[in-house]
Design a protein around this ligand. Sequence first.
Ligand code: SF4
Length: 686
Amino acid sequence: MSENTELMKYVATTCPYCGVGCTLNLVVNNGRLVGVEPNQRSPINEGKLCPKGVTCWEHVHSPDRLTAPLIKKNGKFEEATWDEALDLVAKNFKTIYDKNGPKGLGFQTSCRTVNEDCYIFQKFARVAFKTNNVDNCARICHGPSVAGLSLSFGSGAATNGFEDALNADLILVWGSNAVEAHPLAGRRIAQAKKKGIPIIAVDPRYTMTARLADTYVRFNPSTHIALANSMMYWIIKEGLEDKKFIQERVNGFDELKKTVENYADAESIHGVPLDVVKDMAFRYAKAKNAVIIYCLGITELTTGTDNVRSMGNLALLTGNVGREGVGVNPLRGQNNVQGACDMGAYPNVYSGYQKCEVAENRAKMEKAWGITDLPDWYGATLVEQIKQCGEEIKGMYILGLNPVVTYPDSNLVKKQLERLDFLVIQDIFFTESCEYADVILPGACFAEKDGTFTSGERRINRVRKAVNPPGQAHEDIWIITELAKKMGLKGFDLPTAKDVWDDMRAVTPSMFGATYEKLERPESVCWPCPTEDHPGTPILHREKFATADGKGNLFGIEYRPPAEVADAEYPFTLMTGRLIFHYHSRTQTGRAVDLHREVPESYAQINVEDANRLGIKNGEYIKLKSRRGETTTLARVTDEVGPGVVYMTMHFADGVNNLTNTALDPMSKMPELKHCAIAIEKAGGN
Ligand code: SF4
């Protein structure tokens, strides 16, 4: 054995990218990562990884990593010591708080970082500044899932696991391109197909997942409610609803029945011929066990919460909740979308979705955290905080987010961040957003810290430290607890991830039993896990729903059009989405050689008929314009999108979010990232 191989070790951890939560071993040689291998014993990925997972270690030792705290002086960043940087943050946050009160600061954390960072971050915001202005980027992907599934079932999380799709008799994939966006969940759909389970894909775009399906149903963008209502009209008309299930376990049937009567034939809205609607409805209702899998096609709209509730309606109407092979399952885009919300990095709940407005919950947290006067108000959400910059909000702390690229209306985001008196960004790379910061704190990436990610199936997967952070960079828990100590706060003597997790468990009944010892097992634990001898809960709502009366709720929901629809000036509908080769704003995947080579720049899909009419050729540059801005991108001429529809990837700076709309879903405050009106011209302007 050579000297180097003696120093080699494998460190079992979890992929830092999508919410499937594949587990893998990082290969470490001489203190540096040299590769990755999938975990063969994982019940999630069974020894497989997607292109992102295989390359997930490549950015870790990038020379571009932030290695020292930076303070902006006279418009330029200068390296500083940790004491200088943290003293400045503590002083300026305190000054803003003293002058403007708890609503003068905004706190935003990433759902890409570990649960323990999210928990300690929201605890810091609430303890230090008595504020509920704390949110995470699940807001702009699955906020409507949290809100909608809570209203329908009492719990804002997936009802069943990924593998459970193999127990279904029919899979309805709606607004999800799982094969590309969540490849190892997509693998379960491919396995189901091999097993002979029929798959219906409902999507405005003929995606990789739609190609895999037996039946592809194209519908007009953002008309989900009308289509679901049409399906439910015909299910009820034919008497195919599950009467026993409804009688015993469901509220609201009469309201739903009355509402869907107006949708017998809504082809003029959703564009799906009546015979196709009936076929889809009858197959879903007649299947012994049918599961719905959905994603951002459902949620990233101003009707997001109602779209999710429509999926809940379908499942409750047909009795497809609470056992193997059924349910309603959102696929989470980022690794810890589920966990960041579970940890209470949310403006109206503490960890485990304990509502801040409930006096007993506040009293419990005040006792545990040794403080008084926790607020009962609903804090400002991610996009609301951006809109309030320079007005109510004067200072902001952003952990692991790149709002300039990933939030809607990039031009507005830049303008608003400039209006802040003081902005702190904690990250691993100097992102496009860092330009707007006053202080930059260098954090640690997934390979440099311990902790947990909670996947889309509520499975709490361990993250383990394999290498040290570069230079003076530090684990994020260390940064936040040091800052808290500098402010004289008690309750932050929590040096390890396990200490933080135990601090969380002590105040969170639904996760109290999920000890680190239990999480060591390859299969780990799915919450709820209320006691230390509890095995966890892979399937929710078996006996009763998590609502106050234990029943599921049907809702009569009317179709509403998007906030901005195509018109004479902006005649195309723009949809956005993910690529298999990139993740979020590419700060990590853009530094993986093979991933960057596959897709080095942004592109927009445009229908063949539209391209011919506008004289646009495949591979040439086009300019897309909306009421908010413009971007230049490559044209991909295709029939994957229908006439009048353009699809663009979300990953590139100065890209699609120069165009997108900040209009919000009134219930979840989700911005309408998936639908706005645009105009197209050749990049030369002719
Ligand atoms: Fe990572 Fe998701 Fe790919 Fe699995 S499917 S390897 S979790 S990006």
